[in-house]
Write a protein that binds this ligand. Sequence first.
Ligand code: MN
Length: 362
Amino acid sequence: MTTLVNSADSHVVEPLDLWVRRLPEHLRPRAPRIEEADGRWLFLVEGSPPRKMGASADADKENSATGFRAGGSDPDVRAQDLDEDGVWGEVLYPTIALFGFVIPDPELRWATARAYNDWLAETFTAASKRFAGAALIPVQEPDEAVREIERVARLGLRSVMLPMQAPADAPYNSDRYDPVWAAAQAHGMPVSFHVGTGANPVTERGGGGAVINYVEVGLGAQRTLAYLAASGVLERFPDLHVVMVECGAGWLSWLLERMDEAFEEHEQWVKPKLAEPPSFYVRRQGHVTFGNDAAGVVNRDFTGVEPLLWASDYPHPEGTWPHTQETLDRIFATVDPDERRRITYETTARLYGLEAPVGAST
Ligand code: MN
């Protein structure tokens, strides 16, 4: 029998002309857009290197340039794919807009973010309660970030996505972000940090680069979670939930021990003096998403079950679709069914409002 699950990390695939159509006219020539070069489609976002798209320029630009399944952009196709795979709800992250955080010009950056948030609300949010959209919220201008959080809350988006890598001049222990944490907390919107955002994820091009870069971007989750726990953000905003997305889970136990060791053994240098060790706040308010991470599941007695959120990463090829149920049966073969249900469904349902109707099955 199929057991309903929620995915805490899935992706939409934006129409390639989304920003060319939606940005204010004077910004359209600089919009994130697709262009052909040397027989391949390139996606151009100011501030990021050009990105090769999945297909060659011979392919139909509108339908297959990204190489992803149609459910990436069509809510109805997507719902059918979820039904086939036993997935009830999903937290939706972008694909192209992941690079929007690093657009240097504030006017273009905010116009890009607002256009994405509008499109997400008009398409997936409007189509079904099964889709919990994460809004793109740049953080370089905290006052503007608060205004956009208020706006997307009215549009029905259910999470706030900030860049994993904070701006260089303002790390996440800066109190300039307090209004951002307060706004997210007030609306009950989890704040998420997706792997590879806020900085160019390709830093090594020499030997081992593909593997090294994959490791490097994952380390960002450890840094961000340490900043939020050790600096007292989680203590000062006790109803705020923070989610490290697509970074796996096996590292979490190491981070908890490492932070607490510093907090206790280097006590004379520690400030602020939190009421509890840093691990306490992560176990209460921190979460990590994973798809197929045996170490993270094995370590649940140490980390607690609450931080663990399973995710499919649909429609990305490394995700579990259409084999989600087999994958879960394998990962959770020795796990208590109640714990499995919390990790694969209940915690995500509570954080993001992804409760399936009574009696729902797919
Ligand atoms: Mn993802």
